[in-house]
Write a new protein. Structure first.
Lengths: 388, 305
């Protein structure tokens, strides 16, 4: 039984961030959601409990976060597009399974609506971009993940579709880094017509060649080949799914070093396709702001004012936060006097990466904030100081 | 295939079902990876036998294996079965996801006492509560065998293990009572000393619509038997026991400590102390099954304007 409820009619809507993300997941073909209520991500499971059933999918409220991520893995194994949504404490519980899924290359999407941590009490509805530190090396073992950071409700819709496509294509854990303010923000969004959405979505399909089920290094072309995800209940499933270095058939017989290389390089060699970035007034800059997520919105305002004052400043925005686009950043920071990195955390996870890429040749000014957003004045003040 | 141990016996054993095992059929390796005296060989054989005799469609019965010694059963089970190795204790959650995403499947879960009552207790309880259509085997050897003989939630009172070198003084968990309280609809317990009963229960569970919990008491000679006397828990009777350092004594002890359910009704708690009650505890085929109920709700939601 099929109906047309999966896609909302084309038009403008006012939506909460979490709801926009849920709708984006539905548009991407979501058919299984496993979750556990946690502020500030609860609206995702609340919305999908109604909407996912309308399209014939399953929305399970599991017994805990461990249960929800494992149910998502199980659903993904039988060919469903699956996701879960959580916040920092829940993510901490999920990391073991994330490692396992990375090893077996099980695609899934995890929406992390970040809140203040560490700890499970306190201001749970305040934003804190603290989970990037966990996500980039989530779990035990070595592997690469993909993390996307939207900055408004429209992007929560669009990038969720993109996240599912990345998960299907690269077969790695894909994260959407939302936060408490963005998740609860109500904004107008435009939902494109059904026909346009369908062209953007990559569906789960069985491949022509059933012999190779896991990523492998092809020495002839020198690249890394990522086959389609295997599906339980079809002939396209490996004999064993051992959580150890395995070859393309899922059997042991690959050196651990080569296996780690495949897991990491299959993402890194495709960084041009994965890395989404945005530039704002970057043509002739002395000072560049590198930012992601909600702080970017304050930066736009600050840059506009600074430009009027004659300060040459622009924004380099990371939409794909991880993997970090080394080459693009190198190009951007080539002739600048200073780099400003406003981040919603104290450590500065992206600032660390910029330091690594620039080899500390350019001064980097961090603007840390936790629990409150950057005011454009905060950024403007730093821009003026630097430009003196 | 590496990691499958020595190829022994060299020639194909004269056994009607050995040819269907994964290791034997695909790699010509008819060995088992288990210690001498382990009960998992019997379980692997029974699984393969039922799988072959009942002509089970392997694509509809995915096998989800938890973490423990029984993970090595993968070489003994039927070669056509689709196997997925779940994380330690998370197999019931994976089964829930599989069943809900594709209700045609009926997952079969291999789990152990530490896996199911220790680390994964929560998932087990909630799978039983939902009455999800699947079969879960819990292999109870009352010890953590793979890590070298630590105390499990099911370790008997007074037993010695590497983490309870003096004696085990914690209360043990009764998996059947747990499943009864949680609401599974087919619950049975048997031992590897009663293989035909186990086969009967497995066949029944395959046809049952709902959560089928089969707890199998199995011996661990290497880490449980060698350290413990076969008069465990009845020291007050002043009988000097013997070390259960071989299969015979261990199976003998299991048989002696197993009480049929109808017999147990007339026994006192003291008499039943450290004993296993075996038999069928509950069979309710008419109780609503989760995925079917879910489909009804889905239908309502899909038709709603």
């Amino acid at each position: 039984m099929k109906n047309n409820k999966r896609y909302l009619p084309e038009g403008k809507y006012v939506m909460m961030g979490n709801v926009a993300m849920a709708e984006g997941a539905l548009a991407a073909g979501l058919s299984f959601f496993g979750g556990y209520p946690i502020t500030p991500s609860t609206e995702v499971i609340e919305h999908l409990s109604k909407r996912l059933l309308e399209v014939g999918g399953s929305c399970m409220q599991m017994e805990d976060e461990l249960g929800s991520i494992n149910a998502v893995i199980g659903a993904s194994l039988v060919g469903a597009k699956a996701m879960t949504a959580t916040s920092g404490p829940g993510l901490s519980l999920m990391v073991e399974t994330i490692s396992m899924a990375a090893n077996l290359e099980i695609p899934f999407v995890l929406c992390d609506v970040q809140r203040i941590g560490p700890g499970s009490h306190g201001p749970v509805t305040a934003p804190h971009h603290n989970d990037l530190g966990l996500i980039r090396f989530a779990g035990h073992g070595e592997f690469q993940v993909i993390a996307l950071a939207p900055m408004n409700c429209q992007e929560l819709f669009d990038l969720t579709i993109e996240a599912f496509n990345f998960a299907e294509t690269y077969r790695c854990p894909v994260f959407i880094l939302s936060d408490a303010y963005l998740g609860h923000l109500h904004e107008p969004i435009y939902i494109p017509p059904k026909e346009e959405i369908i062209t953007r979505v990559i569906n789960r399909e069985l491949p022509q060649d059933y012999t190779k089920k896991f990523s492998y290094k092809d020495d002839n072309i020198g690249g890394y080949i990522i086959p389609k995800p295997p599906i339980i209940g079809t002939d396209y499933f490996p004999l064993m799914t051992l959580h150890l270095p395995h070859n393309y058939e899922g059997l042991p017989g690959v050196s651990a070093l080569l296996f780690m290389e495949i897991l990491i390089e299959k993402i890194k060699t495709n960084i041009d396709k994965i890395s989404i970035t945005d530039e704002y007034k970057l043509d002739d800059v002395d000072i560049v702001i590198i930012a992601y997520g909600l702080p970017v919105r304050a930066c736009y305002h600050a840059v506009d004012i600074a430009r009027k004052e004659g300060i040459k400043v622009g924004i380099f925005r990371l939409v794909t936060v991880w993997p970090f686009p080394d080459e693009k950043v190198k190009k951007v920071v080539k002739n600048v006097r200073a780099i400003i990195v406003p981040e919603l955390n104290y450590t500065g996870f992206i600032a660390e990466q910029v330091e690594r890429v620039t080899k500390l040749e350019t001064p980097i000014i961090k603007i840390p904030k936790v629990g409150v957003l950057h005011h454009p004045d905060d950024i403007l003040k730093v821009i003026r100081e630097v430009s003196k | 295939m590496s990691g499958m141990g020595p190829i022994y016996p060299k020639e194909k054993p004269d056994h009607p079902y050995v040819q269907f095992s994964t290791g034997g059929y695909l790699f010509g390796n008819y060995n088992s990876l288990f210690c001498a005296g382990c009960g998992y060989g019997i379980i692997g054989h029974i699984f393969t036998r039922v799988f072959e005799d009942e002509k089970i469609e392997p694509k509809l019965f995915p096998l989800i294996i938890g973490i423990g010694c029984y993970t090595q059963l993968v070489t003994l089970v039927h070669h056509t079965s689709q196997k997925f190795f779940a994380l330690h204790g998370r197999a019931p959650a994976v089964a829930t996801g599989m069943k809900m995403a594709n209700p045609k499947l009926k997952p079969i879960i291999f789990s152990g006492d530490g896996d199911c009552f220790g680390i994964g207790g929560n998932h087990f309880i909630h799978m039983c509560r939902r009455n999800l259509d699947c079969v879960i085997f819990i292999f109870n050897n009352s010890i953590y065998g793979m890590t070298g003989g630590q105390a499990a939630p099911t370790t008997l009172y007074g037993a010695e293990s590497t983490t309870t070198p003096y004696k085990m003084f914690e209360n043990r968990i009764d998996g059947v009572n747990l499943a009864l309280a949680a609401g599974a609809t087919y619950i049975a317990r048997t031992t590897v000393a009663h293989p035909r009963t186990l086969m009967k229960y497995f066949r029944k569970a395959l046809k049952h619509k709902g959560t089928s919990v089969i707890e199998v008491i199995t011996p661990c000679v290497t880490y449980f038997g060698r350290k413990n006397l076969d008069r465990l828990g009845v020291e007050y009777l002043d009988i000097i026991g013997e070390k259960m350092d071989n299969t015979g004594r261990m199976l003998d002890w299991i048989k002696r400590n197993s009480v049929r359910i109808n017999q147990a009704k007339f026994m006192t708690d003291e008499e039943l102390f450290n004993n296993y009650i075996i038999g069928e505890f509950r069979y309710e085929p008419d109780k609503p099954e989760y995925s079917e109920e879910y489909a009804k709700i889905q239908k309502i939601a899909m038709e709603e304007k």
